[in-house]
Design a protein around this ligand. Structure first.
Ligand code: SF4
Ligand code: SF4
Length: 455
């Protein structure tokens, strides 16, 4: 396992300490010095597990099902070791280190916690299917007890886990997901970043899956956060720690090797006969829906303005879904969540040159563009310096460089995209118009596109 694909807590001491504290506080990870009798500790755990003290003393991290000691993991642990051992680390009697996959920290074989599960340690990586060849369930697939089988949510509507935007979370969970996204994005390369809304969708799925099955001793929040951690690890490393974990591949960016959107995205990205500006717009639309989910027809989110076939008065000249690069017949659209018809249309139609006869490809009005582009976010890190137009490989690169040059933060990036597209519509040079906005900011003719100034 290369260091960059190691679990973050094996390389980041502060994170490891934080996660260990969580295990101590919530699951009684301990005891501090396993060589001592610790009768009170073992009596309490024995009572929790319903076993006598002697049996409790045999249930240690070293034989826990989520204690990972694969050669790859041990090399991660070794590469992240430092001399800054604290009292927990400095007790030799605590035994060998392994990685606790339940709480995401380096734990010691002679300790334990209330979430202990029989079946470890894990000494080699296995290609496990959901159900083993012997027909046995994995420990993580233990059916949920009746009290944990909650159906539906009073806060979140059915289907909201498909994207993140309609989900309601407690402030603590929201803050935790926001921090995870931020920490991940700080180090993630281009194409491997994520958003809070995506992590919310993963969390929600994890919380729902808890009602079906989960590892004994885990809380719903812990189970859902573990799924978020697994998602971030997959996003960063390119492959899941458990090969059976595929359920969130639809939430990965299209450029990720495991993304289930890959084929759909490349269809639009490589659509022939698109002029560069339309191509850039198609790419931007895809990137927005990858972050926020498909556009809705209802008033919650971006309004797609879908017109059904019987109301589409311009279908005969070619303005229709079947000519649009996003159409996935017979009734699918890559960017709209509705069932569409071949002869329908919406305001986001991207139509290749020649698809429309006797009529210009419709121009989107300014209000529509701003509404659409207000959702865009920065995807890459580029030099702060502005170069010549020909030095940028794509409009996306140029727009991001302008955003960074302007120094107004990444929330200003949609303004540069919008200025670029305004110029395209007016047959002006889009690079120049967006560059003027980057240099003159609030004194530019496109200053209305920028975020409101903070007092
Ligand atoms: S879950 Fe298992 S490996 Fe993790 S701290 Fe508890 S006993 Fe140790
Ligand atoms: S016209 Fe609109 S609804 Fe139809 S395929 Fe294109 S984007 Fe989708």
């Amino acid at each position: 396992m290369a260091e960059e694909t190691c679990p973050p807590a094996t390389q980041d001491i502060a994170l490891n300490l934080k996660n260990r504290k969580n295990a101590i506080d919530t699951a009684m990870y301990g005891p501090l010095n396993p060589a001592e009798p610790n009768e009170e500790y073992w009596t309490a755990l024995g009572a929790e597990w319903g076993v006598d003290v002697e049996t409790a003393k045999k249930q240690r991290c070293g034989n826990c099902a989520v204690f990972i000691q694969t050669p790859e993991m041990l090399s991660c642990i070794e590469s992240g070791l430092t001399d800054n051992a604290d009292e927990f680390d400095s007790i030799n009697e605590a035994g060998e280190l392994g990685y606790c996959e339940a709480f995401d920290f380096k734990c010691a074989s002679a300790r334990t916690c209330r979430a202990w599960v029989a079946g470890g340690p894990v000494l080699e990586e296995k290609e496990e299917d959901a159900v083993t060849a012997a027909g046995k369930r994995k420990i993580s697939q233990t059916p949920a007890p009746k009290k944990d089988r909650i159906k539906g949510s009073s806060k979140n509507s059915k289907g909201s886990a498909a994207g993140g935007k309609k989900i309601t979370f407690t402030p603590a969970i929201e803050a935790s997901l926001r921090k995870k996204a931020q920490e991940h994005n700080e180090k993630a390369p281009k194409g491997r970043k994520t958003s809070v809304s995506t992590l919310k969708a993963v969390y929600r799925r994890g919380a729902g899956a808890y009602s079906v099955s989960h590892r004994p001793g885990m809380t719903r929040n812990g189970w859902a956060m573990a799924r978020v951690n697994a998602f971030l690890r997959l996003l960063k490393s390119g492959k899941p720690a458990n090969s059976a974990y595929k359920a969130d591949n639809d939430l990965l960016p299209a450029s990720h090797p495991k993304s289930s959107k890959k084929n759909a995205s490349s269809r639009a990205i490589t659509a022939s006969a698109l002029i560069p500006e339309e191509q850039a717009l198609a790419d931007a639309l895809i990137s927005i829906t990858e972050k926020y989910g498909k556009f809705d027809q209802d008033g919650d989110g971006v309004w797609a303005g879908y017109t059904p076939a019987y109301e589409n008065e311009v279908k005969d000249i070619g303005v229709k879904c079947s000519n649009c690069v996003f159409f996935q017949g017979p009734n699918g659209c890559q960017i709209i969540s509705l069932e569409v018809e071949a002869d329908g249309k919406c305001r986001f139609a991207v139509l290749p040159e020649g698809a429309v006869s006797g009529y210009d490809v419709p121009v989107r009005d300014e209000e529509d563009l701003e509404l659409l582009l207000a959702s865009a976010e920065a995807e890459a890190e580029l030099s702060v310096e502005l170069k010549k137009e020909e030095d940028y490989e794509t409009p996306e690169q140029a727009i991001l460089a302008m955003t960074e040059f302007a120094g107004l933060g990444y929330e200003a990036e949609p303004a540069f995209r919008a200025a670029w597209l305004r110029a395209v519509r007016n047959n002006e040079n889009p690079f120049k118009r967006a560059s003027v906005l980057a240099v003159m900011t609030y004194d530019s003719m496109d200053s209305d596109l920028l975020p409101k100034r903070k007092n």
